[in-house]
Design a binder for this molecule. Structure first.
Ligand SMILES: Nc1ncnc2c1ncn2[C@@H]1O[C@H](COP(=O)(O)OP(=O)(O)O)[C@@H](O)[C@H]1O
Ligand SMILES: [Mg+2]
Length: 333
């Protein structure tokens, strides 16, 4: 269907999306360059609810914009289930592809201000020339499921923040996309609405096999996710299964090596080891064994007092910046 594409890659049957070695650099002038993604690779399974967690500035929104085809990453591949790599898709095919396959829910809801809630939800279906009766049936069903049917004739400014968010979600779901990308979808709504939204996501993933990728630091989102990936400074450093504590990530994190084999050693491990700078390594029957080498002169290496990324003064024995989350290898003792 998308003739501008010469190559297609077969994805395993159970995958909705595969993201390979994604890089993104903002800015063109040297001094203004920001490397927001530094080799991000992961898969999303069909029907999976996957969340992305990480401090502000870690690259979550950049990742979502890239996966949604709204930002062209500097390098890497984003392959959907039919084998299409959207980073190679010419603009005119990309519009149609996005409309059919991807639903977005973003922080700023981007509702059309002069249209009612109902008309906003109907818009993506009209753009795909969906039959009128089907549009009416689908928008009614979504509004009922999200508890906004009684508000359908109101324009966005007459709706509460929570109601606007639910309209944005209904609109994202209207075309039964294969994948929903949501950037902090519960950020501006109360806990009850958050649960309602996540329950609907879960129902739809079971009913239609819809996959969800949700950037969020909301414990409710973490509770409903099948899996969560932890992103820091533009790389994925860890993965968590179901039922983990956002305040104690070290307890449940499985370490993920980045595309160059680098592992991020947990802060808690560094604290317990007392800040070592060298490890000997060995592959044993148990796996990879890292043994700290406590060389006194090594421990006397240059100490830093300020975070190299944001400049915050670092309190003693701290292994990541309390403000921006940057990992610190040399710390104030
Ligand atoms: N349009 C932009 N131009 C330049 N830098 C940007 C832009 N958008 C984001 N950044 C930078 O890229 C990094 C990642 O940002 P972002 O993806 O928004 O992170 P998050 O969503 O995790 O808070 C940050 O350092 C941010 O300042
Ligand atoms: Mg963001």
């Amino acid at each position: 269907m998308y003739t501008g594409i010469t190559e297609k890659k077969e994805l395993p049957e159970d995958l909705a999306l595969q993201c390979l070695d994604l890089y993104h650099v903002y800015g063109t002038e040297l001094e203004n360059k920001v490397v927001a993604l530094r080799g991000v690779s992961f898969d999303i399974k069909k029907g999976e609810i996957l969340s992305i967690i990480g401090p502000s500035g870690a690259g979550k929104s950049t990742l979502l914009l890239s996966l949604g085809g709204m930002l062209k990453p500097s390098a890497g591949q984003i392959i959907f289930s039919d084998g299409t790599d959207i980073t190679k898709l010419p603009e005119k095919f990309l519009f149609e592809f996005r409309r059919k396959k991807i639903g977005y829910v973003f922080q700023e809801q981007n509702l059309l201000p002069h249209l009612s809630a109902e008309k906003n939800i109907e818009m993506p279906m009209k753009l795909l020339n969906t039959p009128y009766l089907e549009i009416k049936r689908k928008s009614k069903e979504l509004m009922q499921r999200l508890g906004i049917y009684h508000r359908r004739h109101h324009i966005p400014t007459k709706l509460s923040g929570g109601e606007r968010q639910r309209v944005a979600i209904a609109r994202a779901l209207a075309n039964n996309p294969e994948i929903i990308l949501a950037d902090e979808p519960t950020g501006a709504v109360d806990a009850e609405t958050s649960v309602q939204i996540l329950e609907l996501f879960t129902e739809l993933s079971n009913e239609f096999g819809t996959s969800y990728l949700i950037c969020s630091h909301d414990p409710i989102v973490a509770d409903f996710s099948n899996r969560s990936l932890e992103i820091r400074d533009g790389i994925i450093i860890g993965e968590h299964g179901m039922g983990f504590d956002l305040e104690n990530l070290d307890q449940t994190r499985l370490l993920v090596p980045d595309n160059q084999g680098r592992l991020s050693i947990p802060e808690e491990a560094m604290r317990q080891l007392g800040g070592v700078f060298l490890f000997s390594w060995q592959v044993t029957e148990q796996g990879l064994l890292l043994k700290p080498i406590k060389s006194p002169e090594r421990r006397e290496g240059p100490k830093i007092k300020f975070c190299p990324s944001c400049g915050l003064e670092i309190p003693p024995n701290t292994y990541s910046c309390p403000r921006c989350g940057t990992k610190l290898t040399r710390v104030v003792h």
